[in-house]
Ligand binder design. Structure first.
Ligand SMILES: *Cc1c(COP(=O)(O)O)cnc(C)c1O
Length: 394
């Protein structure tokens, strides 16, 4: 079995599992309690906060633990919106290919009177900093652009966008769920005001994540209750899960250079191999992309059938994102980079893991080639294309 869907979720690392199970037994106290068990849990929690902060160049008090990336995205956006509203600034800039946690949070704000500008994403899957600058208005309270896209893996010019926002005095949030642990991120150097991350995308547990908020920014609570997390996020902390997240993050961060070298080599081998399939194309820039991401479109086939047949061959991949599969709409990300519906339907995302081997890569390439050829052999769309009744796009 080859798991090539790490952008959907990753397998927990043995070290993270060890941290979690040990702490479930040993640090079960409530970190808000003052007696010994509580204080032990509190220590674990604060060590995890320091570790996470250290990896992204933040201070521990700038880290708020959340239930994951979606909650962190919502909290960041609500925070900027509340500050904006107070100052009469109700315009937000984002992009058309954000994760639904961002897009749907912005939809909700529109109903409350906010105006949202979604920037176009270019065909290479990149946002242009100058276009961000041009979209900023007197009443803009937030720019939110993802660090790396979860479907096509393109890495955005975050540092440049951050510098523009800083210059213009506009808050800048980035959904860095796909970036943290996989590419270098430094919140200070990158001029980031708020950043979202999720443990299960870097071999930590599900249901845990964090939000970085630069000190001095007044955070909005999404959950009212006790004074946990400095009064910014109520609810007794998931101590073992948070500590396991810190373990996973430290571990993957320490191996980042080695992982990146291997993944890029494997990724580029897959990309070269799949390009041998006629009428196919890589989605997103070939260089400015996550080390483990391959995303292709093949003309004349259905991505869903491709996935099922690959699954039969022991390869687990995805078409579009896990959140959108089950719906027949093509991916909003592929549409945003200008793929037409028919082409976007024939998409395949392979998000490979750090432990992938060269033999597995060869097997993936051969399997995709075989399955695409097989599906095309009885596809009416492909027959029409070959007969010249319709025009090839790729
Ligand atoms: C997975 C993901 C999220 C959601 O994170 P959860 O922890 O699953 O809520 C948000 N943004 C991006 C880019 C993601 O890949």
């Amino acid at each position: 079995m080859i798991y090539a869907d790490n952008a959907a979720t990753t397998k927990m690392s043995p070290a993270a599992i060890h941290t979690m199970t040990t702490l479930l037994e040993e640090a079960w106290g409530n970190p808000s309690s003052l007696y010994e068990h509580g204080q032990k849990a509190k220590e674990v929690l604060e060590q995890a906060r320091a570790d996470v902060a250290n990896v992204i160049g933040a201070e521990p008090k700038e880290i708020i633990f959340t239930s994951g990336g979606s909650e962190a995205d919502n909290q960041a956006i609500r925070t900027a919106a509340a500050l904006g509203k107070k100052n009469g600034k109700m315009h937000i800039i984002s992009s058309a290919f954000e994760h639904h946690a961002v897009l749907h949070a912005l939809e909700a704000l529109k109903k409350e009177g906010f105006e949202v500008t979604l920037l176009d994403v270019h065909s290479d899957g990149l946002i242009v900093p100058e276009e961000v600058e041009a979209a900023i208005r007197e009443d803009t309270c937030l720019v939110t652009i993802m660090y790396a896209n979860n479907e096509i893996g393109t890495i955005q010019p975050i540092r440049e966008i951050g510098a523009i926002c800083r210059k213009k005095g506009v808050l800048f949030h980035t959904d860095a769920v796909q970036a943290i642990g996989h590419i270098p991120v430094d919140v200070k150097a990158d001029n980031i005001d708020m950043l979202s991350s999720s443990a299960h995308k870097f071999h930590g547990p599900k249901g845990v994540g964090f939000l970085y908020v630069r000190k001095g920014i007044r955070v909005t609570n999404l959950i009212e209750g006790g004074a946990q997390e400095g009064g910014k996020r109520a609810g007794t902390e998931n101590v073992a899960g948070i500590a396991a997240m810190a373990t996973a993050l430290k571990e993957i961060h320490a191996k980042m250079e080695e992982n990146t070298r291997h993944l890029i080599e494997m990724r580029d081998k897959i990309i070269c191999g799949l390009y041998e399939i006629p009428h196919s194309a890589l989605n997103g820039d070939a260089c400015q992309r996550l080390p483990g991401n391959v995303n292709f479109c093949f003309e004349g086939i259905e991505g869903e059938s491709l996935l099922l047949l690959l699954d039969d061959k022991g390869i687990q991949a995805s078409s579009g994102s896990a959140c959108t599969s089950g719906s027949l709409d093509p991916s909003h990300v592929l549409l945003a980079i200008g793929r037409v519906h028919d082409v976007a339907h024939g998409s395949l995302r392979l998000s490979i893991g750090e432990d992938i081997t060269e033999e597995q890569v060869d097997y993936i390439i051969q399997s995709v080639k075989d399955v695409v050829r097989y599906l095309r052999s009885f596809s009416p769309v492909w027959r029409d294309l070959c007969a010249g009744k319709s025009k090839f796009i790729l």
